[in-house]
Design a protein around this ligand. Structure first.
Ligand code: IMP
Ligand code: MG
Length: 168
């Protein structure tokens, strides 16, 4: 496995992002909404950098990639989501690829009446985006390669790698 982003580099960047988020929310309570399962490691490191009153919850999202469904459709399972009406939300995902997941989930959370929505992704792939969504916080921009580790998987494997690796 080729290491694209070493463990120490991720750690430092996550700490930086945590400080920026804490600064922006300035002691207001926030609800951190993680997108399962890829957010797993990022969200757990990030929330420990947030010097704020924090609630943590999760949603599941999967893109329909089959031929019979409209490309870009997203299946959202929000059964684990508490009432977010009037809440400050930080939506956390592992990677922004086409942007479909982040865009559709942002619309969904706004429809549920959140007060304020910010988005954070660890990675953003250059040259892949198909939706006009800009993440508020982004760890690293990476080339168009399939990556694993630090929560990201290939067939549910490799999520436990402490670094971001390029799958060959
Ligand atoms: P989207 O295309 O921005 O909606 O991204 C959809 C999802 O695809 C992300 O949340 C990831 O779970 C997954 N994904 C995209 N690129 C990669 C990758 O390089 N490695 C692992 N998962 C990826
Ligand atoms: Mg994902």
């Amino acid at each position: 496995m080729k290491v694209l982003i070493p463990e120490e580099t991720i750690k430092n960047r996550v700490a930086e992002i945590g400080k920026l988020i804490a600064l922006e929310f300035n002691n207001q309570p926030i609800t951190v909404v993680g997108v399962l399962t890829g957010c797993l490691i990022f969200i757990s490191d990030l929330v420990r950098q947030l010097n704020l009153p924090v609630r943590i919850c999760f949603v599941r999202a999967s893109s329909y990639r089959g031929e019979t469904t409209i490309p870009g459709d997203l299946n959202i399972d929000a059964s684990m989501l508490p009432d977010i009406q009037g809440r400050n939300i930080l939506l956390v995902d592992d990677i922004l690829d086409s942007g479909n997941t982040l865009q559709k989930l942002s619309i969904y959370l706004k429809e549920k009446g959140c007060k304020n929505l910010r988005t954070a992704v660890l990675l953003r792939k250059i040259g892949r985006q198909q939706h006009a969504i800009e993440p508020d916080y982004c760890g690293f921009e990476i080339p168009d390669k399939f990556v694993v580790g630090y929560g990201l998987d290939y067939n549910d494997e490799f999520r436990n790698l402490p670094y971001i690796g390029e799958l060959n």
